[in-house]
Design a protein around this ligand. Structure first.
Ligand code: ADP
Length: 199
């Protein structure tokens, strides 16, 4: 299966991506994780991406699209994948469609995790990640950057919801609840793509 996970920062995409990809037996590919690994490894790509990430802005499409294309060409992604954090602009969505078409593939479903904005701000400001045994706040989870990331999401990424709805691929799911509840809704939606969850 070829699935895209869509949703604002703080919706729980990273967590759900791991669990759902595991159930589907496909790799979870997170552009945020790939960028962060490149920043810590101080690679050329990391150097290019860092200033955008720290500001809560999107890394330019040329850099991101090329990176995803390379990642999707790897062997483990040939039979399917779950993309987390890509596409994030309509242009990236069009590029993805084009790259898949070249390979004779297409997306099966776009899962959108829906959470209201007050809950997102609450989750992001309290979020910590484990790095070398210590819980640290991500640089871009600081309150002012969080607000900016939500704005960027609203302006640049949210339109993808309509883009995929018009292709009949969108399944919106309520992402408030326990991890298991949200996973169950996601798995149910994957069995009936193109319909929204009304619960
Ligand atoms: P979140 O979903 O919590 O905002 P991510 O880990 O997905 O976090 O992304 C972190 C940062 O990485 C983004 O704010 C952005 O700077 C960069 N990034 C990730 N994916 C993309 C993308 N598809 N296009 C452009 N920038 C991206």
């Amino acid at each position: 299966m070829r699935v895209v996970l869509l949703g604002p920062p703080g919706a729980g995409k990273g967590t759900q991506a791991q669990v759902i990809a595991g159930r589907l037996g496909v790799p979870a590919i997170s552009t945020g994780d790939i960028f962060r690994a490149n920043v810590s490894g101080q690679t050329e790509l990391g150097k290019q991406a860092k200033s955008y990430m720290d500001a809560g802005d999107l890394v330019p499409d040329e850099i991101t699209v090329a990176m995803v294309k390379d990642r999707l060409a790897e062997t483990d992604a040939k039979g399917g994948f779950l993309l987390d954090g890509f596409p994030r602009t309509i242009a990236q969505g069009e590029q993805l469609r084009g790259s898949l078409q070249e390979l004779g593939h297409h997306l099966d479903c776009v899962l959108e995790l829906v959470v209201d904005e007050d809950e997102l701000v609450r989750r992001l400001s309290g979020r910590r990640m484990l790095v070398d045994g210590e819980w640290v706040q991500r640089d871009d989870d600081k309150p002012e950057t969080v607000r900016h990331r939500l704005e960027v999401y609203r302006e640049q990424t949210a339109p993808l919801s309509g883009f995929y709805a018009s292709e009949g691929l969108l399944a919106q799911i309520d992402a408030i609840g326990s991890i298991e509840e949200v996973t169950a809704r996601a798995m149910a939606a994957l069995e009936r793509p193109g319909q929204s969850d009304d619960s």
